[in-house]
Design a protein around this ligand. Sequence first.
Ligand code: NAD
Length: 258
Amino acid sequence: MDMGLSGLRVAISGAASGIGLEMARHFVAEGARVFIGDADAAALAAVAASDPDIGSAPCDVSNRGSVDGWLRACVATLGGIDCLVNNAGIAGPTGRVEEIAPEDWDRTLAVNITGQFNLTRLAVAHLRKSENPSILNLSSAAGKLGFALRTPYAASKWAVVGYTKSLAKELGPDGIRVNALLPGLVDGPRIQRVFADKAAQKGIRPEEQQALSMAHASVKKLIPQSELATMALYLASRHASTISGQAISVDGDLEALS
Ligand code: NAD
């Protein structure tokens, strides 16, 4: 299927690694023009060297001045924005609620949900000028399920869903589609860190934690990052012109987090 993404101008936050980078590479392969940001300047420099077709500038989504500068650089490079992917996110602390440092709670919310607001509020003016505008907000399976010992992360990712559905209602009449993507247990170094942290809390081995987590999915495999990237391509395309306000799971039918 021709996705019709040639020339689409795509802005992705937190895309110097992981899911965001995979999405950036998939968009470029479809002929889109991509500009990414990330708080990790060294990782961004590595992407600039390995993927010269991907434009980039440093950006901490929790810092409004940084977001403003990044968005200006993005628009100067691409000439506008058709698709914004609010991907930047952190795992936040693992622990019982009474053990969680308030500053860790604040940081998790500041990056995972306020960061999406910081970027969206400035990008909307550019999206309004697009002929095929869309926003994709990264939530998580932890945005629809309870997640013991990860309350800051779960709270932030449930917030992303409420934010997305509200934005979709607000921007739909202007032709801007807004969806949330809810990945499950995604293959890569990040999920291994999550298993290790949770295992340490419970006094078990990381492999045991992985087996416990996988037990709740009917499809017994970690989610390939490419499946999230392919979904992002589809949602940004004209093939998805009536899809908005949705919280879309790519999670192997995960029914609980443990
Ligand atoms: P990752 O850690 O590999 O990549 C996240 C990127 O965001 C990193 O490059 C990091 O430097 C960057 N970042 C962190 N704080 C930032 C900030 N303040 N400003 C800008 N960039 C910042 O993680 P990932 O697995 O690729 O996750 C991407 C998104 O998907 C996140 O929102 C995450 O919550 C979500 N998600 C991931 C999984 C998973 O299993 N990997 C599951 C569900 C949801």
